[in-house]
Design a protein around this ligand. Structure first.
Ligand SMILES: *[C@@H]1O[C@H](CO)[C@@H](O)[C@H](O)[C@H]1NC(C)=O
Ligand SMILES: *[C@@H]1O[C@H](CO)[C@@H](O)[C@H](O)[C@H]1NC(C)=O
Ligand SMILES: *[C@@H]1O[C@H](CO)[C@@H](O)[C@H](O)[C@H]1NC(C)=O
Ligand SMILES: *[C@@H]1O[C@H](CO)[C@@H](O)[C@H](O)[C@H]1NC(C)=O
Ligand SMILES: *[C@@H]1O[C@H](CO)[C@@H](O)[C@H](O)[C@H]1NC(C)=O
Ligand SMILES: *[C@@H]1O[C@H](CO)[C@@H](O)[C@H](O)[C@H]1NC(C)=O
Ligand SMILES: [Cu+2]
Length: 561
């Protein structure tokens, strides 16, 4: 009898921990009125909120999210950094894994949190809708397990965003027609608020109150469209403990550099003189002679207590916008935790090697003069392929074997070798090839991917995001990747595990992952401009031999094109 009860308890525990809890949410996408920078405008929101609702769960839990599109734009939602094992149907990128949810229509996303732990986020994945349709995802350790760092007294969510006084959908439309760079933003924001340094913004400035002597976990998400940011807190050091939903070795730092798409968890000890301190963010921007949003967003960290007078908050030191040295001084120190409970499972052997160049291109205009440099249009490419978005999704075409939607021969290396990071590159490199090509990977392939930045037209730091996976950043450097010398320096012990990595301007990164998630997964630059110009591609990961390693069947409510 005792044995039976014991077995039952064991079974119940296993069942419970294997399945977790299922959370239900309803997301109503609709237009709402918001006033920022002295101007009122209508923006697309979820449930009328900006930033959108925060999703909270524990590792192993599931979520069912019913989305109703009551707005006037097509939309899809993506769960950024969540692997969605075997279920690309709920991943979200428009025309890659689903057709848009059209105005008046609905779709239910099914999310399964498996290995992720920490801060991630969700956002719309169709053009510029993500400028205002985004929010955080927080995954706590499983019941009965702890953080791999001292327990914080409280947590503070910091969502970095970007604001335009004009309508973002119209800005996108205009830029697409004219072929130039879109209007730069009027402000950056912390939790939807520009902060004290912008007009009409002071009363709304985000403020957090802390107790002296306590420890806080800051969960930072970069949800801006086009800019990498430096973020710092006056007089306070931060201790980085996680990136993109994976733990890191604790890293003490005065500032972080965070690219669009990345999230970072940092510990803050409230151990300074009780007062008011600014948290602030500004752009890390490396392209010369190009206009960018050179403003600073602030929020206030206030110690609880009574002060004789209300002091004005101190400003932190933020590196200058072009301080690549400061950016790399931070990123080069990132290491995964690689502990017994959170091991680094880096593929030590590789059977699939890919080498992909990242270029910004310029193409001739067919009719009227265009607004890009030299009267041309902007474009962007991977291995010289500028991705043409198909009119039905790649996943459906793959699953049902529909012909004519995509080709399977995305090149595994650049079609022509050249000095990728050279100066004054020949003009004929400017024009890419416009195609819808995917890379097919065998199930469980051990993949090494070199992402090589190029100086075609202009080099930039491109934050690359892979859907369906996390990957290990085993190496990086400036200049051209050297296949003989550079692999000797790869870190196969404790490389950072990420889902978005900034490829240094005129440099490269090497990532490794095991292709153990069958499906159709997008990879793209998370600078919105670049991805719209074509700096994106798709991996089709084939099914494994047994049903547990195969893609799930499509849901019955999948939107139609
Ligand atoms: C878009 O272009 C039109 C026509 O040139 C112009 O009137 C409008 O102000 C532009 N909108 C934005 C948001 O730039
Ligand atoms: C950064 O820009 C400033 C001017 O804004 C310039 O003086 C400085 O040389 C630049 N530094 C680097 C590292 O490019
Ligand atoms: C683009 O236009 C330039 C100038 O008219 C011309 O020299 C060049 O051959 C064109 N390139 C392509 C790819 O058509
Ligand atoms: C490539 O270009 C860079 C920058 O101009 C230069 O320093 C380097 O020597 C070139 N490499 C080769 C192999 O030509
Ligand atoms: C890219 O493709 C275009 C069109 O096929 C071709 O003209 C150009 O030479 C290619 N560029 C490179 C760098 O391979
Ligand atoms: C919305 O999506 C449908 C299906 O793909 C498409 O036919 C329609 O043109 C889209 N609407 C807009 C405004 O892009
Ligand atoms: Cu980019």
């Amino acid at each position: 009898m005792v044995k039976v009860v014991g077995l039952f308890v064991l079974y119940a525990l296993l069942f419970y921990s294997a399945n977790g809890k299922t959370h239900h949410h309803t997301f109503v996408v609709k237009s709402s009125s918001y006033t920022r920078l002295c101007t009122t405008k209508h923006i697309l929101t979820v449930n009328g909120r900006f930033p959108g609702p925060t999703l909270r769960a524990q590792k192993g839990d599931r979520m069912i999210i019913k989305v109703y599109n009551k707005g006037e734009h097509n939309i899809t939602l993506h769960w950024h950094g969540v692997k969605q094992p075997r279920n690309p149907w709920s991943d979200g990128p428009a025309y890659i894994t689903q057709c848009p949810i059209q105005p008046g229509k609905k779709y239910t996303y099914r999310i399964h949190f498996t290995t992720e732990e920490g801060t991630m986020w969700w956002h719309a994945h169709l053009g510029w809708t993500r400028a205002t349709v985004h929010g955080a995802i927080i995954i706590y350790p499983k019941r009965g397990s702890l953080y791999p760092f001292p327990h914080p007294h409280g947590e503070v969510l910091i969502i970095l965003g970007e604001w335009w006084k004009k309508d973002v959908m119209e800005i996108e439309r205009n830029a697409t027609i004219a072929g130039g760079g879109p209007l730069i933003s009027d402000a950056y924001m912390i939790n939807g608020q520009p902060g004290d340094l912008y007009p009409c913004s002071k009363p709304g400035t985000f403020k957090v109150t802390v107790e002296h002597g306590k420890r806080y976990l800051l969960r930072i998400v970069n949800a801006v469209m086009n800019d990498k940011l430096f973020f710092a807190i006056a007089k306070h050091k931060m201790k980085l403990v996680g990136t993109d939903g994976c733990y890191t070795k604790p890293l003490e730092t005065n500032y972080i550099m965070i690219t669009p798409g990345q999230s970072m968890d940092v510990l803050l000890e409230a151990n300074r003189h009780p007062s008011l301190y600014y948290m602030a963010a500004s752009s890390y921007f490396t392209i010369v002679d190009t206009e960018f949003d050179n403003t600073i967003t602030t929020a206030i960290l206030q110690y609880n207590g009574l002060y004789h007078r209300s002091p004005s908050p101190l400003m932190p030191h933020l590196p200058a916008h072009n301080q690549t040295q400061a950016a790399t001084r931070f990123t080069k120190k990132l290491r995964s935790l690689a502990s017994k409970d959170h091991p680094a499972r880096v593929p030590l052997k590789v059977d699939t090697k890919l080498f992909i160049t990242l270029s910004i291109n310029l193409v001739n205009c067919s009719s009227k003069p265009c607004e890009g440099p030299y009267g041309k249009r902007f474009s962007a490419s991977l291995n010289n392929i500028s991705f043409i978005t198909p009119s039905i999704d790649v996943l459906r075409a793959y699953y049902y074997g529909l012909d004519g939607v995509f080709d399977k021969d995305f090149p595994s290396k650049p079609p022509n070798a050249f000095n990728y990071t050279g100066n004054n590159l020949p003009q004929n490199l400017l024009t890419p090839d416009f195609r819808t090509k995917v890379t097919v990977l065998k199930y469980n392939a051990r993949v090494e991917l070199i992402l090589q930045g190029t100086n075609v037209f202009e080099g930039d730091n491109h934050p690359f995001h892979l859907h369906g996976y996390s990957f290990y950043v085993v190496g990086w450097g400036f200049g051209n990747f050297n296949p003989r010398r550079d692999p000797l320096r790869f870190n196969l012990i404790d490389p950072p595990e990420q889902t978005t990595v900034g490829v240094p301007r005129n440099g490269w990164v090497a990532i490794r992952f095991r292709a153990d998630n069958p499906g159709v997964w997008m990879m793209h630059c998370h600078i919105e401009d670049h991805q719209e110009w074509g700096m994106k591609s798709v991996f089709v990961v084939k099914d494994g031999a047994n049903p547990q390693t195969q893609i799930l069947p499509p849901p019955h409510d999948l939107p139609e094109c």
